[in-house]
Design a protein around this ligand. Structure first.
Ligand code: GTR
Length: 437
């Protein structure tokens, strides 16, 4: 195509995407829709990122020992106190679990399926969470993707043995959910996001749970696991205590508690995975729990892989207004004041080192700021280099569907905010290269 025509076509597509985003945003939340959204690269303000290697006392880290024993802890504490919030210091509720269904020959012999019911706390107040595990037949210790789904395990696949969650669900016409309850009508409605047969055929397993089983996604701390941490009744988290993302992340670690107790997985590698808000969750879970061998963040955007200081697409003010329960209360103080935030998201990526991180963006998902997601990986690479690893070495983004499969991996898929087979095929190729199993 002639360059001029191509340019005009691209501009039209871009304007259209921006328009659709604005309409969706306005429908979802009239208050946050009044906050302007920048989709113009030229209007990204100048910014200085907080240093990865300069400690609070001014010393510069040039060795992994100082990184691991000093600087990493400083940055982790800042993210905990100022962004996601701390798990309350009160004693965690008891957790028990029981296998409620198992089939050695599920999916015509392709998989071993196990369904496990987790219970937090006791008696009437116990919070129940349903975990579905599929392991590839004939593989001992397969690598396992660990990730939440948005609408219940039964939506990821047409498998009528998948049990229904009892938890509150958001209503959805597309998923055929009404009355906030799961029904079989949603069976397999999200299967395009979970190409399970391909995953199993390539020797990987999957463990998934509905994120609302841990904490229903609404601005209310009186449900899910929150109340179990506040035995004396006042269930409003303190200023630096967790929002829902940290609660969901905590739940991912509980999934690992179960998986590491399951036979055949003693030596497995666990890869935290999540899309969008659940990509933010996967990053925070994997950073905190060293039992995760790698993390994949898909289209995680603001508060996930994207740099906050760029203020491109969704900003702190947007996210904290629309989802006031996701982050620590203290995070709201940085609305419109990104430069005051003592951390930025490249540091979150760096906290994973030397464990591999994959960041996936989508070309039309401007709300999540693909370039900001890429640059996080680029800036984090400083720490991966301390370990002698190749991460992301250039500021120029690769073009669509030209993945980078280094220790820090990245791809830009064509299309919108979603998870597709293309994404999964990249994730699995990258895992084969970067994770030993
Ligand atoms: C959007 C939100 C994003 C992302 C997304 C999702 O509305 O603004 O930060 O988390 O939801 O989870 O689908």
């Amino acid at each position: 195509m002639y360059p001029v025509i191509r340019c005009v076509v691209l501009m039209k597509i871009r304007t259209f995407v921006i328009l659709i985003n604005c309409i969706i945003l306005a429908k979802m939340n009239p208050v946050s829709s009044q906050i302007p959204v920048n989709y113009d690269e030229e209007k990204v303000p100048e910014y200085v990122l907080p240093s990865l290697l300069k400690c609070q006392d001014g010393t510069i880290v040039d060795h992994i020992v100082e990184w691991e024993h000093k600087r990493r802890a400083e940055i982790l504490t800042l993210f905990r106190d100022e962004v996601y919030g701390a798990v309350p210091a009160t004693e965690s509720p008891d957790m028990s679990y029981v296998i409620i269904e198992e089939d050695e020959e599920a999916l015509e012999g392709l998989a071993r399926r196990t369904q496990v019911m987790l219970a937090f706390g006791r008696g009437e107040q116990a919070v129940k969470a349903l975990l579905a595990i599929y392991l590839p037949a004939g593989h001992r210790d397969p690598p396992v993707f660990v990730g939440y789904n948005f609408y219940g395990n039964h939506t990821i696949l047409n498998d009528d043995k998948l049990m229904l969650t009892d938890s509150w669900l958001p209503n959805s016409e597309e998923l055929e959910i009404s009355g906030n309850r799961a029904t079989v009508s949603s069976m397999g409605k999200r299967s395009h996001r979970w190409p399970l047969r391909e995953i199993l055929a390539k020797g990987f397993g999957l463990a998934t749970m509905y994120y609302g089983d841990i904490d229903p996604d609404r601005p209310d701390f009186s449900d899910g696991i929150h109340p179990l941490f506040y035995p004396h009744g006042d269930i409003r988290p303190g200023e630096h205590e967790w929002g829902s993302i940290a609660a969901w992340s905590w739940g991912m670690s509980r999934i690992l508690d179960v998986l590491t107790g399951i036979k055949n997985l003693e030596k497995s590698r666990f890869i935290a995975f999540g899309h969008s808000r659940l990509g933010k969750t996967a990053l925070w879970a994997a950073v905190n729990d060293l039992r995760f061998d790698a993390v994949i963040s898909n289209n995680s955007g603001c508060g996930g892989a994207a740099l906050s200081r760029r203020r491109f697409g969704e900003t702190l003010a947007h996210i904290n207004t629309r989802f006031p329960h996701w982050f620590a209360e203290s995070f709201k103080e940085y609305n419109h004041m990104e430069d005051k935030l003592p951390v930025d998201q490249h540091q979150l990526i760096a906290l994973m080192a030397p464990r591999p991180v994959y960041i996936a963006s989508a070309s039309e998902d401007l709300w999540a700021d693909p370039r900001g997601e890429y640059l996080s990986g680029y800036h984090a690479s400083e720490v991966f280099r301390l370990y002698g690893m190749t991460a992301i070495e250039v500021t120029d983004m690769p073009s669509v569907e030209k993945p980078i499969h280094h220790t820090v991996g990245y791809h830009l898929r064509a299309g919108g905010h979603d998870v597709t087979l293309y994404d999964w095929l990249q994730f699995m190729r990258w895992c084969r290269v970067n994770i030993k199993f």
